[in-house]
Design a protein around this ligand. Structure first.
Ligand code: SAM
Length: 193
């Protein structure tokens, strides 16, 4: 059966993440992805999580403690565009996930924004391991969403094929703007341009 973008994002992460890996949750929110990543990397791995809202960080921290997954997770209440202040130049990232948009059941005016989303993606691309993946689930039904979607889509189309594969996945016969999943995968070997 064809699966929705959110579920497929976990399939694409599960395929590559191994115990001990370092991964990033760029939009922690209610911690759905953070917990999933923490289980995959195990106690020898690291999950680095970002969200600008205290509510998101606090809720997720509580869930992590309740499930005893907090040891391998570091959460930062700051924008994902500041990722280079948290990881060092030589650090390698196996995977990262973004869920764009607003925090469900919270202030719909606090949303991810195209320029900062793109800045974070660009930085994370520099740290990806060969065959590492950045997954972006693009919600765009909210106010400000179409602008961010267009900016991110334009950006990912310019990513050089010599170094990365870029996938777009979306149901195209569904109502109410079903989310688009974008996956950026670093190639194992760099091809000649
Ligand atoms: N993945 C989350 C989950 O499992 O619940 C849902 C994330 S929600 C769609 C988007 C989140 O991005 C919100 O919690 C919002 O506060 C956060 N956000 C907005 N701008 C951000 C930024 N510049 N850096 C990091 N997080 C940001």
């Amino acid at each position: 059966m064809l699966i929705p973008s959110v579920k497929y994002s976990h399939t694409l992460l599960k395929e590559i993440i191994k115990p001990g890996d370092t991964v990033v949750d760029a939009t922690v929110g209610n911690g759905f992805d953070t917990l999933f990543l923490a289980e995959l990397v195990g106690t020898d791995g690291t999950v680095i999580g970002f969200d600008i809202q205290a509510q998101a960080i606090e809720t997720t921290l509580m869930k992590l403690k309740d499930t005893q997954l907090d040891k391998q997770v570091s959460l930062y209440q700051q924008g994902h565009e500041t990722v280079s202040s948290v990881i060092s130049k030589e650090d390698k990232i196996k995977a990262a996930i973004f869920n764009l948009g607003y925090l469900p059941k919270a202030d719909k005016n606090i949303i991810t924004q195209g320029p900062t989303t793109i800045q974070a993606i660009e930085t994370l691309m520099e740290h990806l391991t060969p065959l590492g993946r950045i997954i972006i689930v693009v919600y765009y039904g909210h106010q400000g969403g179409p602008e961010e979607k267009n900016q991110v889509m334009e950006f990912v189309k310019t990513i050089p094929q010599s170094h990365f594969n870029v996938l777009s996945y979306q149901f195209i016969n569904q109502k109410n703007q079903p989310p688009i999943l974008l996956a950026i995968e670093k190639k194992a070997k760099v091809n000649a341009p």
